[in-house]
Design a protein around this ligand. Structure first.
Ligand SMILES: Nc1ncnc2c1ncn2[C@@H]1O[C@H](COP(=O)(O)OP(=O)(O)OP(=O)(O)O)[C@@H](O)[C@H]1O
Length: 592
């Protein structure tokens, strides 16, 4: 192992960081000084192990606006041999990734998302055999992708929103928990995703075709061969080509005739027929027959809701970019699969025609007036937090409400804790999730305090893991409750729910198992002073700090106190958890 006293390492690091900082950066909080030591003096963003080797550089959101020079870093053997993690996400760094990156052989994570990096990616990137997570998204990279498929352990590849082109390498998708190459210039056929990813991972590449995009490769190949043929004017088309083209032309004429015929017919039959055709919409099971009858009887020809919307716009779209032109008819016609029948309604996974996958929550018999519901949706839409999943659109009538959410491909906290995946779910990830959720919930309580809108159903299956592997609270404010929730104690219900989530994180146990309630069990064990017994064995096996686990357990126990008054507010909970997290982060400086 290398010592940080090694002057070459220190000087290089200062040069690297100074270049990253750029000319304009006056960030006085950065303490990378030549007369101090990166490890012993805890340089910002630099993490060392107990032997004072630099293991991680985490400069996420450091307001850096200089240039990236990985060659500088990776050409110094001791640094190259120890560095496992380089994160520069969300800065304004320019430059590119030099081929010398290959010397940083120990890198398991390389995150450069949200910068202004450009140019070709070096072929040597594919020689980083230890790489597990690579995030190049939201930059200006161009050119072909190196053959990253040869890195057998890679389980995350994000490259969305760049200008990358060429074919997508034949990755083995079952290995990936994250994959996104959307909004680039990739072309050709998508390799077999083996059921692991959906269209949203590939959207926005005009020349890309094949499943899971709804774009057949045969038509793409044909159109490219047509354009090629016109370029090569001298070459006469073969007999087979003439036959194929005339077949397509005939098919085109038939389709046009069919459409014209349809339009003429529907025009003739006028409004009456319009009513019938609306009535005929084949609705998937998430709209009940009662509502179908009510809709038709009310307006005569369209689904008119009680929400005061014009008949054609009965679905209210709240979030433009994802579902901008979505109409209720399209939502109802799209293929749907039921993924849950919870306490307050059913949940459907729906694939829209543009390939976007959404989730529709159907809530029945919520005795809330339509005005109140509409107002609630608007409030939820305004109270935006990056870790709370907002409804994208909604629909309401007297009997039922539909809420549309973005589909989250990475499952829930419940699955992470109790699913069959063998992936380790370590202490610092659990602490990170607890702190993020506590802050998000505290924010929502603050924002919606006056209106008394609580989550009402806080549990681990309602904590979803988004594409950046960050947790977010889903279905906030959609739990039907009798009467008004204006009492300040109403929010203590969420505090209880959050406390139970903390207990799941600490114990790894289910909320109810063989008739035993987790809260009762933890309280009884703690009463008997066997506190250590409650913790998840995985956490003990990784030597997670028992002191900090006990501190978190104390927070959880306060949250699940049977007296509402005795429970802390979410604000207080968030503060307590952040203190534990800060202590954990400080300790990490000496431990990797
Ligand atoms: N937007 C979403 N994207 C992906 N999965 C989701 C989404 N919303 C919910 N889920 C998952 O769908 C499943 C069913 O959810 P649902 O809300 O119906 O049930 P629940 O959370 O078990 O119960 P409840 O109705 O009491 O909240 C859960 O595993 C949940 O994590």
């Amino acid at each position: 192992m290398i010592s940080c006293e090694n002057d070459v390492v220190k000087t290089t690091l200062i040069q690297f960081l100074t270049q990253l900082k750029g000319q304009q950066n006056n960030n006085s909080t950065l303490n990378w000084k030549p007369d101090t030591d990166p490890c012993k003096d805890h340089w910002n963003g630099v993490y060392c192990d107990a032997r004072m080797s630099i293991k991680r550089l985490n400069l996420y959101r450091f307001n850096l606006s200089g240039t990236l020079d990985v060659a500088l870093l990776c050409n110094v053997p001791p640094l190259a041999a120890s560095l496992t993690f380089l994160s520069l996400d969300d800065n304004k760094i320019s430059g590119g990734i030099a081929s010398e990156i290959v010397n940083c052989k120990q890198l398991t994570r390389l995150h450069v998302s949200g910068n202004q990096l450009a140019g070709n990616l070096p072929a040597s990137l594919a020689m980083l055999n230890n790489l597990k997570r690579l995030d190049l998204s939201n930059n200006k990279f161009s050119g072909l992708l190196p053959n990253l498929a040869r890195i057998s352990g890679l389980n995350m590849f994000l490259a969305q929103n760049n200008n990358l082109s060429g074919n997508i390498p034949t990755f083995y998708f079952p290995n990936f928990d994250h994959f996104n190459v959307s909004f680039n210039n990739f072309s050709g056929q998508i390799p077999d995703v083996q059921g692991h990813f959906f269209a949203d991972s590939f959207l926005g590449n005009p020349e890309l075709c094949g499943y899971p995009l709804q774009k057949n490769c045969t038509s793409q190949i044909l159109s490219s061969s047509v354009s090629k043929t016109s370029e090569e004017e001298s070459k006469a088309p073969s007999k087979e080509q003439i036959l194929i083209y005339s077949g397509y032309a005939a098919l085109g004429v038939i389709i046009i005739l069919f459409v014209v015929l349809k339009i003429c017919r529907s025009k003739k039959s006028g409004k009456k027929a319009e009513a019938l055709s609306n009535n005929d919409i084949e609705k998937p099971s998430y709209v009940s027959s009662e509502s179908k009858a009510e809709d038709v009887s009310k307006s005569g020809f369209s689904i008119s809701s009680e929400c005061g919307m014009v008949s054609q716009q009965s679905l209210v779209v709240l979030s433009k970019p994802v579902v901008s032109e979505l109409k209720l008819e399209e939502l109802l016609r799209a293929p749907a699969e039921m993924i849950g029948r919870g306490t307050n309604g059913s949940l459907y996974k729906v694939m829209l025609t543009n390939g976007v996958v959404v989730v529709v929550k159907r809530i029945k018999d919520w005795s809330i007036s339509s005005d109140e519901f509409k107002q609630r949706m608007q409030l939820l839409n305004q109270a935006k937090h990056s870790h709370v999943l907002p409804p994208l659109a909604f629909y309401c009538n007297k009997q039922e409400k539909l809420l549309v959410y973005e589909y989250q491909h990475n499952g829930s906290l419940f699955k992470l804790l109790h699913g069959t995946s063998k992936k380790t779910f370590d202490w610092s990830s659990r602490l990170g999730i607890a702190s993020t959720i506590a802050e998000a919930l505290a924010f929502m309580h603050q924002e919606l305090g006056q209106q008394g809108i609580i989550h009402g159903n806080m549990k681990s299956s309602n904590i979803l893991i988004n594409k950046n592997m960050e947790p977010c609270i889903s279905e906030y404010g959609t739990m039907p409750k009798d009467g008004q929730q204006t009492s300040t104690f109403a929010f203590k219900e969420d505090v209880y729910g959050f406390g139970v989530i903390l207990l799941e994180l600490l114990t790894g146990k289910l909320v109810k198992s063989n008739g035993i309630d987790l809260t009762d069990w933890v309280q009884s064990v703690v009463r008997e002073e066997w506190t250590g017994e409650v913790f998840d064995r995985c956490l003990l096996a990784e030597y997670a700090s028992e002191e900090r686990m006990v501190n978190m357990l104390q927070v959880a126990i306060r949250c699940v106190n049977s007296s509402l008054e005795a429970r802390p507010s979410m604000n207080q909970v968030a503060l307590m958890i952040n203190t534990i997290k800060d202590e954990e982060e400080k300790s990490l400086i000496y431990q990797v």
